[in-house]
Design a protein around this ligand. Structure first.
Ligand code: NAD
Length: 367
């Protein structure tokens, strides 16, 4: 039976969360929380992120950027954002002269991530940008360069790097409990509805299920093995007569090979529901399902004949959303390195581009 303490969970992933703990120990400036501007007031901003500031120790929302003034005013009143903290897409650059804003959190359609990150950096602000980082690796490179030139930090909203079950699973791999990693399975998907949504428009999304959900499968293959893939082979299945899929792919699956000889079999779908990660090593496996949902993750572990569920203990750090927001705040105030910097988003985009190339050509693509 495997016992996981809260500390075990926090130090999982080779000190990823430990970096956050260390940053917290160094502490944010006493008495002042780091101020966030939220750019884009859609589903994820309104339903998931904004309600989490109440759970943060070092972060607060001080500004909103929206194209809908009435919505922005209503949300500002709800979260105590002053009128002078309300911006639109036209006057966005004037965030430069608002000293309350330290970090800009970009929660816009994928094709807008690069522009709003670069403008934020030029306005002298640190940036937390949602996944996928952008719609091409060239855009990711430009975002990293802009933040570097401005001397500002850039982090990607890969919240699973703060999620206790995922961190506990990574720890089981890292500490050798599962033996040598041999195989990862990861599937992510949901059933898309309305064909008019931006996620189904290539110019706004950059691609279909892979850009939106497959990125979780890809991330899992990388953070579970702790290795970078050396080649990819991909196949796609899309009914182009379905109005949802005139522009973007539905199902895409790909195989990654890693330097150790481990392999990963990943997929994403916009026509079936999946949320699963399993790593199998020479001694056993860890299985997460649901793996990357907003809540209610389940983790099972099998070592030889012993199979059981593992529940990381609740407590500080158990809320991945607040932990992510506070980690960015801590990095800003202490100078610590972000757990998931822009370079991590760039690596994924390069692999995603290779997955698309492989699916189109039917060939293995070397990375
Ligand atoms: P959404 O459609 O609900 O919200 C998008 C927002 O952008 C809306 O407020 C919309 O008005 C605004 N917008 C501005 N210009 C637009 C344009 N030209 N077209 C369409 N919308 C425009 O989307 P969402 O689900 O909130 O996703 C936003 C981002 O957050 C995406 O990059 C997505 O991948 C990411 N996301 C991340 C997670 C996560 O778990 N990390 C979850 C959901 C979404």
């Amino acid at each position: 039976m495997i016992e996981l303490s809260r500390r075990d969970v926090l130090i999982a992933a080779g000190g990823l969360a430990a970096a956050s703990l260390e940053a917290r120990a160094m502490g944010a400036a006493p008495g002042r929380k780091v101020g966030y501007a939220i750019v884009g007031l859609g589903y994820y901003a309104l339903e998931v992120i904004l309600p989490q500031f109440v759970n943060c120790e070092h972060s607060k929302v001080v500004a909103l950027v929206s194209g809908d003034p009435a919505k922005a005013k209503r949300v500002a009143q709800q979260y105590g954002v002053p009128d002078h903290g309300i911006y639109n897409y036209q006057n966005y650059d004037s965030i430069r002269s608002n000293p309350d804003i330290d970090v800009v959190y970009v929660i816009l359609p994928n094709s807008m991530h690069a522009e709003y990150t670069i403008r934020a950096a030029r306005a002298g602000k640190h940036v937390l940008c949602e996944k996928p980082m952008a719609i091409s690796s060239a855009e990711c490179e430009a975002m990293i360069a802009a933040c570097k030139a401005a001397g500002k930090k850039l982090m990607i909203g890969y919240r699973c790097h703060f999620e206790p079950h995922n961190l506990a699973a990574i720890k089981l791999v890292k500490d050798g409990t599962l033996g040598k990693p041999r195989y990862v399975n990861s599937e992510h998907g949901f059933v898309q509805g309305d064909p008019s949504k931006w996620r189904l428009k290539k110019a706004l999304s950059g691609g279909g299920s892979l850009m939106d959900m497959g990125i979780y499968s890809l991330q899992a293959a990388r953070y579970m093995t702790g290795e970078e893939p050396t080649s990819v082979f991909a196949r796609e299945s899309t009914d182009r007569s379905d109005p949802r899929f005139h522009e973007v792919e539905d199902i895409i699956e790909w195989t990654l090979t890693f330097p150790s000889g481990a392999m990963a079999s990943c997929m994403s779908s916009y026509s079936s529901g999946h949320n699963h990660i399993r790593l199998t090593g020479t001694r056993g496996w860890v299985d997460l399902e649901p793996a990357t949902s907003y809540r209610d993750q389940k983790m099972r572990v099998r070592i030889k004949d012993d199979e059981h569920e593992v529940t990381p203990p609740p407590g500080p750090g158990a809320n991945m959303f607040a932990a992510q927001l506070d980690h960015m705040a801590d990095c800003m105030t202490t100078g610590a390195t972000q757990i998931v910097p822009g370079e991590e988003g760039l690596r994924d985009l390069r692999i995603i581009e290779a997955i698309y190339r492989s699916a189109a050509s039917g060939q293995v693509v070397k990375l």
